[in-house]
Design a protein around this ligand. Structure first.
Ligand code: GLN
Length: 485
């Protein structure tokens, strides 16, 4: 048995008890990655020397009583859109192919303060734009359950690394579902916190009003503990919130008696794979057996979430990505005629097709004449979607539904039709538009053996409710290790 078969908390306990050294754990993660990377391609960067040096340092810290928490010494992976001092941070883009940041993202620093050992940086859709991890400039990541299928995206590398057991847990980022959807496709548990809970300082921005960093792990307990470690108020991020209720692990109780769970009928209509529907409904039944009160309701406005999201996300992306121009960071074209030509050539060569598509769409909706018709309208729609959730949460503690309409598609099937790919975000993006917390955890597999995830959505600051419901459901089934684990 490999130490990577354990959950993060289980491994942390062994390290704390002195049964396993931090170096041994790190070496097992590195060995697992060396063996499996050819098949999965979860990582963009692994710096062995750095990992082993960090492991030694953390062991010294544990011995000296500096690191006492549950994650001390446990190997983690970090999505490659989080800056790490002295370590390549590419956003899986050619334009940042040589970018080595001078500082570390606050969420990663928080992990390091908890004694984490960072194994490496995980592959992703370029600039987190996509749902399959196929838009990476460094090749697609494969799904550890079946390497002919995608792992989902954009945090596909993080989710595949956890499912293939190349690390104990990982961080992802979620702008429109990028933690929950690939977690669902890879059979792991991933959580997007309430907007503002985790600092975005050092997270390379995609859609700043939607982006949140969150945990990807084997189980709900790990997610709660990791979120506790990374959540913090940070003056360097003006949207960061000071929360007094970050003791998320207190919600790890197997008790949903009387909990009111709403199931939006709108989430079970056209386009939903019947196998996904059945598995998700079976999960609801399990919670009902434990005493939760399950009720169907109409959420409304669901069909407007995708257009509103793509207008807002692309608008913000076009502005955020203006900084990559060959002057300040990363790639610069060779041979150009003057400054404007340098910008043009650098950006044409440095960005991939999906990123360019979104920059164009975003620039269009922000241009004068179209601003009111598209961008402003999308912002109004966002406010209405938030109101629809507010109304639902007057009645329900938690909302339950699928994380994605299907299981993981085959590699290559999604790229040809971007609109179809965008439609796959239907169940996750409204959660970002409303700033809510959501978790996806495994609830079954389809006839092809691919994992299915159930999503639980909470009210703002309602992490503890969804953790409690997720934990209670998780007790009804065993964790399934992927064939590559
Ligand atoms: N699939 C969505 C998109 O392409 C969500 C991505 C994300 O959450 N980063 O925008």
């Amino acid at each position: 048995m490999s130490l990577m078969n354990l959950t993060a908390v289980e491994l942390g306990k062994k390290i704390k008890a002195g049964e396993v050294s931090v170096e041994e754990a790190a070496k097992e993660a590195l060995a697992a990655a060396a063996k499996k990377e050819k098949a999965v391609n979860s990582f963009v960067t692994i710096d062995e020397e750095k990992v082993l040096a960090q492991a030694k340092e953390v062991q010294r810290g544990i011995d000296a009583g500096k690191y006492t928490g549950p994650l001390a010494g446990v190997p983690a992976a970090v999505k490659d859109n989080m800056c790490t001092e002295g370590m390549l941070t590419t956003c899986s883009s050619k334009i940042l192919g040589n970018f080595v940041p001078t500082y570390t993202c606050e969420a990663v620093l928080n992990l390091e303060r908890a004694g984490a050992v960072i194994i490496g940086k995980t592959n992703m859709d370029e600039f987190a734009m996509g749902s399959t991890t196929e838009t990476s400039a460094f090749g697609a990541t494969k799904n550890p359950w079946n390497t002919e299928h995608v792992p989902g995206g954009s945090s596909g590398g993080s989710c595949a690394a956890v499912a293939a057991e190349e690390c104990s847990y990982a961080l992802g980022s979620d702008t429109g579902g990028s933690i929950r959807q690939p977690s669902s496709f890879c059979g792991v548990t991933g959580m997007k916190p309430t907007y503002g809970t985790v600092s975005r300082y050092g997270l390379i921005a995609y859609g700043s009003s939607l982006d949140q960093i969150g945990p990807v792990a084997k189980d709900v307990t790990d997610c709660a503990v990791i979120l506790e470690a990374i959540a913090s108020h940070d003056k360097k991020d003006s949207t960061s919130i000071e929360r007094k209720d970050c003791d998320f692990s207190t919600a790890l109780v197997d008790d949903v008696w009387g909990m009111k769970i709403g199931i939006p009928r709108d989430y079970f209509g056209e386009g939903l794979d019947p196998e996904v529907r059945d598995a998700v409904m079976a999960a609801a039944k399990e919670l009902e057996k434990k005493g939760a009160v399950i009720e169907e309701f109409d959420l409304s406005l669901v069909e407007y979430a995708i257009p509103a999201y793509y207008v807002i996300a692309c608008a913000e992306a076009s502005s955020n990505l203006a900084r990559f121009d060959g002057v300040k960071y990363g790639y610069r074209t060779d041979g150009f005629a003057g400054l404007h030509n340098m910008y043009k050539k650098t950006r044409s060569e440095g960005f991939g097709a999906e990123v360019k598509r979104r920059i164009m769409l975003g620039s269009f909706v922000l241009s004068s004449g179209y601003y009111d018709a598209y961008y402003l309208k999308a912002l109004r729609t966002k406010a209405l979607i938030k109101q629809a959730f507010d109304k639902a949460f007057e009645k329900y503690d938690v909302i339950l539904g699928p994380a994605a309409p299907t299981t993981a598609p085959r590699i290559g099937d999604s790229l040809s039709d971007p609109i179809k790919m965008y439609l796959g975000d239907i169940y996750t993006i409204s959660v970002n538009l409303a700033g809510l917390p959501g978790i996806s955890l495994p609830c079954g597999r389809d006839s092809g053996g691919l994992p299915i995830g159930v999503q639980l959505i909470g009210n703002c600051f309602g992490e503890k409710e969804i953790i409690r419901a997720a934990y209670a459901f998780e007790q009804t089934r065993e964790y399934e290790h992927s064939p590559l684990a």
